[in-house]
Design a protein around this ligand. Structure first.
Ligand code: NDP
Length: 386
């Protein structure tokens, strides 16, 4: 019987919700491009309910306990002697969400001799030391596509919020003001602006598709070029590298995974090559940008705004400089954890567990590491240090 250790974010401060703002979720037929939605044998939760917090348990308890397995759920992951550290020593499976990542470092993996499977309930498995997972023979899987559109919607929201100066204008209303000149003196239209995405995978391409109707000029860079049909359909300009692309852009959005090729990509030098007054939006991973270079660029005016939802570490400490830097639109890491996304990644997590417990193959598109190397989606989109 397996011990499944699940690390989730805390319940709301006023307790687990008894009611919700809406009664249902729209039914989707599938993902863009034809990938099917998660296909577990069954689910034991109500789609639209809060599943990603401790009391939501990703809807897994009944499924696991009825089959004789053990489920341990905790949010306590960061202190030296956290519940996560204590429970990890005999866990077979770890489940963690990028929003509240249980960092599976090489040190922690060395203390988890039974660990065979690390599931990311979401997308982005950089909180797992993939090289160490490969060495320890741990399979790493994530629920590919579950929240890609959720994040793309967030990127569009942040693009419009920054360029149109939405958040400070809302602040004037909350404060009882009617300060139109204060609001509009940093407000522009996106129409005619040039927007570029670093990576045009599931999220990056969805961002481009959603910004096309705003009559923006669309740019991208990626390790693999999109098909000519897609480039022509959207009128895309491809650039061979991020360095080549960013000087042309008014808005840059980062949609690549964090791995050795992308770590610290946006440093002082790259940001200095961007147009003065450009906006940078990063919902991918915080360590793709140099934390302090972003602060310097906002303070100098090189960047007119920065927004995103990814921080390092997570949760961000109270004195993290991104909380107080000028002209930012940061949120906690929420873009991929809407109630809509939670229903999909809870179902996908169960699908992965069903496959693993039955000894049947995990869907190739969910795999990041298996059999001692990068596999599936991981082999396509990630790199290792070795
Ligand atoms: P995909 O795997 O669909 O796309 C990633 C793309 O990045 C691929 O097209 C890949 O290229 C490209 N890429 C990888 N390395 C580079 C590089 N060095 N330069 C340029 N392009 C590169 O993933 P998603 O679009 O679904 O997600 C992307 C990332 O977004 C995730 O890895 C995760 O970190 C983050 N994310 C954030 C969420 C949030 O809540 N904020 C939620 C979900 C994801 P190719 O495959 O062509 O080699």
């Amino acid at each position: 019987m397996a011990k499944v250790l699940c690390v989730l974010y805390d319940d709301p401060v006023n307790g687990y919700p008894a009611t919700y703002a809406r009664d249902d979720l729209p039914a989707l037929d599938g993902y863009p491009g034809g990938q099917t939605l998660p296909t577990p044998e069954a689910i034991d939760f109500t789609p639209g309910h809060l599943l990603g917090s401790v009391s939501g348990e990703l809807g897994l308890r009944r499924f696991l306990e009825e089959r004789g397995h053990t489920l341990v759920v905790t949010s306590d992951k960061d202190t030296g002697n956290s519940a996560f550290d204590r429970e990890l020593t005999d866990a077979d499976v770890v489940i963690s969400q990028p929003f509240w990542p249980a960092y599976l470092t090489a040190e922690r993996l060395a203390k988890a001799p039974n660990l065979k499977l690390a599931i990311t309930a979401g997308i982005g498995s950089d909180h797992v030391d993939l090289d160490a997972a490969i060495r320890h023979g741990v399979t790493v899987a994530e629920v590919t596509y579950c929240n890609s559109i959720s994040v793309a919607e967030h990127v569009v929201m942040m693009t419009l919020s920054l360029v149109r100066n939405y958040l400070p204008s809302n602040r004037w209303v909350l404060d009882g003001g009617w300060n139109i000149a204060d609001c509009v003196s940093r407000s522009y239209d996106v129409e005619g602006m040039h927007v570029g995405t670093v990576a045009a995978g599931r999220i990056g391409l969805a961002v481009l598709r959603r910004l096309k109707p705003f009559d923006m000029h669309l740019h991208y860079t990626d390790r693999h070029r999109l098909s000519r049909e897609v480039e022509e359909e959207l009128g895309l300009t491809w650039h061979p590298s991020t360095e080549d692309m960013v000087p042309h852009c008014d808005v840059v959005t980062v949609n690549a995974p964090l791995h050795p090729e992308t770590e610290n990509l946006f440093d002082d030098k790259l940001i200095a090559s961007m147009k003065r007054g450009a906006y940078l939006i990063n919902t991918a991973r915080a360590r793709i940008v140099d934390r302090d270079a972003v602060v310097r660029a906002l303070e100098s005016g090189r960047l007119a705004g920065y927004a995103g939802d990814v921080w390092y570490p997570q949760p961000a400490p109270a004195d993290h400089p991104w909380r107080s830097m000028p002209n930012h639109g940061m949120t906690p890491h929420i873009s991929g954890s809407s109630l809509s996304a939670q229903a999909r990644y809870a179902a996908g997590t169960r699908e992965i567990l069903e496959s693993w417990l039955a000894g049947t193959p995990i869907r190739d598109e969910y795999l990041i590491v298996q059999g001692g190397g990068l596999a599936g989606t991981g082999a396509h989109s990630y790199s290792t240090r070795s």
